[in-house]
Design a binder for this molecule. Structure first.
Ligand SMILES: [Zn+2]
Length: 308
């Protein structure tokens, strides 16, 4: 990639980055850690945040106060251009607005998309920029479950503001994040997304869902991490077919044990609710008890009673 080219891409990405940060600051003002917010407010030149360099991978990531973009993506896309069919449908998408958040895309679908739509290097970077900007603003990404949550928050924001995103990131992990959001609710999941570490996360959950809720998170997080590391993350495949090989590895990830844990948690939840219901007094008893309780704190009433 020529220096001129890199500069042009950086300028373009910096504009999107600035817009995304403004929106994220507004949308998640109650959740972004204070120190991170202060840093975000102190950024003078958004171009300085963006680093494009060779990293032996086509992944994008955040380190410290920078977002890294792989220069090697340009090489791979340039090689793809010689394969017939590249860019055959410039408007190709992996989702409609209705299927942006919940879909069955895989990493292989995404590679196909890059090819069919004939993405430029800049477009390729842009489709992941929002996800990386979420990390940059404080959304955790250490581990499979947190990446799933980061991708869920990314797609929710893309949905609301019609921002560009791949709709294919962490396809299996996001499904578990959605399941957790169904249990914990959106506000708590926003808090979890911006939490610094597992210690903070377990405290947040414990305050709202007790130890069983916190245990659920830790259990799921560990199960996912083991599967993710063993079957996928540790593998490195160089060259133009590398991404495809890695995507095939990803397809072997099996989180069925996680779904069993989620299912059991829901069952227990239901049982507790039924038990509590059984303990509730009948309607008439209940009302009488409420009346007694109210009267017992009503001094005027008690004084009147004594007078009688
Ligand atoms: Zn991420």
């Amino acid at each position: 990639m020529s220096k001129l080219n890199i500069n042009e891409i950086k300028n373009s990405l910096a504009l999107d980055l600035q817009l995304y940060i403004e929106i994220i600051k507004d949308e998640y003002k109650n959740f972004i850690p204070k120190e991170r917010l202060e840093f975000l407010n102190s950024i003078k030149d958004f171009k300085d945040i963006i680093i494009i360099k060779n990293m032996g991978t086509i992944s994008m990531f955040v380190r410290g106060n920078n977002i890294y973009f792989p220069a090697s993506a340009n090489k791979i896309i340039n090689q793809m251009k010689f394969i017939p069919g590249f860019g055959i449908n410039k408007h190709h998408k992996c989702f409609t607005k209705d299927t942006l958040i919940i879909n069955d895309n895989t990493f292989i679908d995404y590679i196909k998309h890059v090819f069919i739509a004939g993405l430029s290097t800049k477009q390729f970077y842009l489709e992941t920029l929002l996800h990386e900007t979420m990390h940059f603003c404080g959304v955790g990404g250490s581990g499979a479950l947190r990446e799933g949550i980061a991708e869920l928050k990314t797609r929710e924001l893309a949905y609301k503001y019609n921002f560009t995103t791949s709709g294919c990131g962490y396809p299996k992990e996001i499904k578990i994040a959605i399941e957790l959001q169904n249990i914990f609710g959106q506000t708590l999941m926003n808090k979890i997304a911006f939490a610094k570490n597992d210690y903070e996360i377990t405290n947040i959950i414990r305050d709202n869902f007790g130890p069983s809720g916190a245990n659920l998170y830790i259990k799921i997080s560990r199960l996912m991490e083991k599967e993710f590391q063993d079957k996928y993350y540790k593998y490195k495949f160089p060259g133009i077919t590398g991404p495809l090989k890695k995507a095939k590895k990803y397809n072997q990830l099996d989180y069925s044990e996680v779904y069993t844990v989620l299912y059991n948690y829901r069952q227990n939840d239901l049982e507790v609710m039924v038990k509590d219901n059984e303990k509730l007094p009948t309607n008439k008893d209940y009302l009488l008890k409420v009346k007694e309780a109210l009267l017992s704190v009503d001094e005027d009433y008690q004084i009147n009673q004594k007078k009688k």
